[in-house]
Write a protein that binds this ligand. Structure first.
Ligand SMILES: Cc1cc2nc3c(=O)[nH]c(=O)nc-3n(C[C@H](O)[C@H](O)[C@H](O)COP(=O)(O)OP(=O)(O)OC[C@H]3O[C@@H](n4cnc5c(N)ncnc54)[C@H](O)[C@@H]3O)c2cc1C
Ligand SMILES: NC(=O)c1ccc[n+]([C@@H]2O[C@H](COP(=O)([O-])OP(=O)(O)OC[C@H]3O[C@@H](n4cnc5c(N)ncnc54)[C@H](O)[C@@H]3O)[C@@H](O)[C@H]2O)c1
Length: 465
């Protein structure tokens, strides 16, 4: 490893997507890489996308007896070995994280700093008692869970997604606070594993940022699997009976309720890790929500300082952080030929039950923004593979421009949604109109992709189908 120096060519703060930038193309540059967490590799690898999805797959299997029964197959869930699942997941992830750190420590042009970085002046950083400057700096410090400002959030039974995947045993009961992505995924995981789940949301529907049809139907389906309490504010968490934790809530009429559970998962959003950087000292401006302000080239307001990922991207998605890291990498290597980030058609998927995937405008966006549009809703149950699934609940909803038929928004809820959405993302990104997409290619019969084909054909665009 390169010993600490007073000056580097490049400093990168954060070992998540920031760690993907430096490769052999940077061999002639001195690099400082700073990570405050002893665990290397950031959120996605250690406490985010990867371990959650590794829990979701066994949860899907654990939930499958109910689906199988509808099809005349008697599957029995004999049990879920939570400890075995947890240890298998982290037995795989932890060595990848440790290996990534070791690899960086061996690089002869890079110093790995263990500690929290902050600006002490323009292009000048402090980590612990060490101070150094850098010609260029990349802020890739991610985001952290935000907890409601109520008493009891520090009780031992209260978890966030950072800690809940390493608990010793499967809890008998879980209260989940929140109605967003994290809450949806963990409600599926814990309920499928057999825990009694109570989900509490302060609003009247789950996943309210999704298209209104999806949000409403998902809320109804969730209420069949977990105890769902809507329109309740969190008042406090307290120590409950028998070592459990009590969650106190209040409804719109001022009536208080108490829910007791073995553990509480707080999933009330994430905020960018910018304040600890003392960005003002480095000339870096942040917005009211704390996001570092960047231009299309990922440049901050301070010359030579770039930012990427959750610290500057309200989308808070790994594929966005990675794409922005590729832009920053290019721009560091080619200062005379800068490229822009493309934030036009960013998809996301929520790996809950049922899966949800989406890209582009929702119906409420289109209506609210006065955007001319037509809509098609295609049920899974109306295509051949949907018959095989005996599907009754799931759908594809498309929103398109009535002139020209360009797709404006695509929303899928049901099996394989995260995969089915990809050709629609492709069509939007490359400007392929709906009719041409439907009729300009073969669709494998009777694959589930026919639900996308039929949704495209159902758009009221006029002309021949
Ligand atoms: C439970 C969960 C599930 C998720 N699932 C998905 C998913 O399925 N798909 C998806 O696209 N996205 C998912 N996400 C979001 C995804 O994990 C993030 O968008 C992504 O990891 C952000 O990457 P990043 O590089 O910006 O930040 P991070 O990966 O968080 O990296 C930032 C790093 O910077 C370090 N750091 C912060 N401040 C400092 C400082 N001052 N000095 C030094 N180091 C610092 C942090 O310790 C951290 O290691 C999930 C998130 C969570 C929480
Ligand atoms: N599959 C994926 O891509 C995936 C999975 C998990 C997380 N993520 C990313 O991580 C981000 C954070 O996830 P999240 O679920 O924590 O946030 P979120 O923004 O998706 O949902 C937060 C929820 O908490 C509620 N809330 C906020 N403050 C509250 C309060 N004080 N009291 C009660 N409820 C409150 C909100 O109304 C909302 O329902 C997501 O936005 C997403 O970008 C992505």
């Amino acid at each position: 490893m390169l010993g600490p120096r007073d000056h580097y060519d490049l400093a990168i703060i954060g070992s998540g997507s920031g760690n993907t930038i430096v490769d052999e193309a940077f061999a002639d540059r001195t690099v400082a890489l700073v990570e405050r967490n002893p665990v290397f590799g950031g959120t996605c690898l250690n406490v985010g996308c990867i371990p959650t999805k590794m829990f979701v797959l066994p949860a899907d299997l654990a939930a499958s007896p109910a689906t199988a029964a509808r099809l005349g197959v008697d599957l029995r869930r004999e049990g879920v070995d939570f400890g075995e699942i947890r240890d298998r997941i982290f037995g795989r992830i932890d060595p990848i994280s440790a290996g990534g750190k070791q690899w960086r420590q061996q690089a002869d042009n890079l110093t790995l700093f263990d500690g929290e970085a902050r600006f002490v002046g323009p292009k000048r950083l402090r980590v612990g008692d060490q101070e150094f400057g850098a010609d260029e700096i990349v802020l890739a410090t991610g985001s952290s869970p935000v907890l409601p400002d109520v008493p009891g959030m520090d009780l031992p039974g209260v978890h966030t997604s950072d800690t809940v995947m390493r608990i010793p045993d499967l809890p008998g009961s879980v209260v989940i606070i929140g109605g967003g992505f994290v809450a949806a995924e963990f409600a599926h995981i814990f309920s499928a594993f057999g825990a009694k789940v109570t989900q509490i949301s302060r609003s009247d529907a789950l996943l309210r940022a999704e298209d209104i049809t999806i949000s409403r139907r998902f809320t109804e389906l969730t209420a069949e699997r977990v105890t769902l309490r809507l329109n309740q504010e969190i008042v406090a968490c307290e120590e409950g009976a028998d070592g459990r934790t009590a969650v106190i809530t209040r409804d719109a009429d001022g009536v208080d309720y108490t829910y007791q559970a073995d553990i509480v998962l707080v999933a009330t959003g994430r905020a960018p890790n910018s304040a600890q950087l003392d960005p003002a000292a480095g000339g870096v401006n942040v917005d009211d929500a704390g996001y570092v302000i960047v231009d299309d080239y990922q440049r901050t307001t301070a010359e030579g300082v770039y930012a990427l990922g959750d610290v500057c991207s309200p989308w808070q998605l790994k594929h966005v952080a990675n794409a922005e890291a590729r832009v920053v990498k290019h721009n560091l290597l080619h200062p005379d030929d800068l490229i822009k980030s493309d934030h036009r058609f960013i998809p996301h998927a929520i790996f809950t039950d049922p899966q949800i995937a989406s890209v582009g405008l929702t119906e409420q966006d289109a209506v609210g923004g006065g955007v001319p549009h037509v809509i098609a809703i295609q049920d899974y149950g109306a295509v051949a593979y949907g018959w095989a699934l005996e599907d009754t609940d799931h759908l594809v909803k498309l929103i398109a421009d009535p002139d020209g038929g360009q797709l404006l928004g695509c929303h899928i809820m049901g099996p394989q949604a995260s995969t089915l959405i990809q050709p629609l993302v492709q069509a939007m990104t490359f400007g392929l109109p709906a009719r041409e997409m439907a009729r300009g290619q073969y669709w494998i019969h009777p694959a589930l992709t026919e639900v996308v084909e039929n949704a495209l054909l159902a758009l009221p665009l006029g002309g021949d189908r």
